[in-house]
Write a protein that binds this ligand. Structure first.
Ligand SMILES: Cc1cc2nc3c(=O)[nH]c(=O)nc-3n(C[C@H](O)[C@H](O)[C@H](O)COP(=O)(O)O)c2cc1C
Length: 214
């Protein structure tokens, strides 16, 4: 099969990309609105993009139309709460997601009214951050406090995404996941998002040294 982009619907393209670019790490992003309302939501269009300066990036889109149009062709134009909050306050926290937090993370992915506090809904503990105002998720083993570096808006279409780039200003690591002063990679049990409603665990490991050149 060879597919030209103009031949596939938004939904088909979404499925091809999400099933093939996988597994994707999940940023569980906590923010505050300008009036101080807490918000928490997962984003798997997410990765680290630079260590110097230390940058993380994720892509929130627009809200799905409330009429349940699964092709998202109806105009909605309302940004997700996370994107609106980041634009307003220029701060957020990226919390990592373990297998034990899968169900709580899923609860926070509903497109609730902005007055809903997803920390309360998913029975999670908001812990004060060190530098930024949004709280981190107390149950997450690693949290990155970020200030906004840049937002790139790709499109004004209702299906358009924005790229939010954040500069890490503080990192919280749960001591239970430290070994000899470093993160114990084997203890984190992080999950990744696959296509559809599938997730993967990250316990299968292969070690391979890079080629020695020169
Ligand atoms: C695992 C997972 C990953 C998700 N990744 C994204 C994403 O990368 N971009 C996006 O716009 N929505 C993504 N969503 C959907 C948002 O989490 C959902 O729209 C949420 O309601 C947004 O919340 P907010 O309006 O409070 O920001 C994802 C959902 C799940 C369960």
């Amino acid at each position: 099969m060879n597919v030209g982009i103009s031949e596939v619907s938004y939904r088909e393209l979404y499925n091809i990309i999400l099933s093939s670019v996988a597994p994707r790490p999940i940023a569980w992003v906590s923010t505050l609105s300008a009036s101080g309302q807490p918000n928490l939501a997962p984003f798997s269009f997410f990765n680290c993009v630079s260590v110097d300066p230390p940058l993380l990036a994720f892509c929130p889109g627009m809200r799905s139309p409330k009429d349940g149009d699964s092709d998202r062709t109806a105009v909605n134009g309302e940004p997700k709460d996370t994107l609106r909050n980041v634009r307003e306050t220029k701060e957020f926290v990226v919390n990592v997601v373990t297998y034990g937090l899968l169900e709580a993370m899923n609860v926070t992915s509903g497109e609730y009214d902005s007055s809903v506090n997803e920390f309360e809904l998913a029975r999670l503990t908001p812990q004060p951050s060190k530098i930024v105002r949004p709280p981190r998720v107390g149950e997450s083993p690693v949290s990155f406090e970020c200030t906004l570096h840049q937002i790139l808006d790709f499109s004004t279409a209702p299906t358009g995404n924005s790229l939010v780039i954040g500069q890490i200003v503080a990192i919280h690591i749960d001591d239970a996941h430290l070994k000899d002063g470093r993160i114990d990679r084997d203890s984190l049990d992080l999950i990744g998002r696959m296509g559809g409603m599938q997730y993967t665990r990250t316990r299968d490991r292969v070690e391979l040294a890079r080629p020695a050149v020169g």
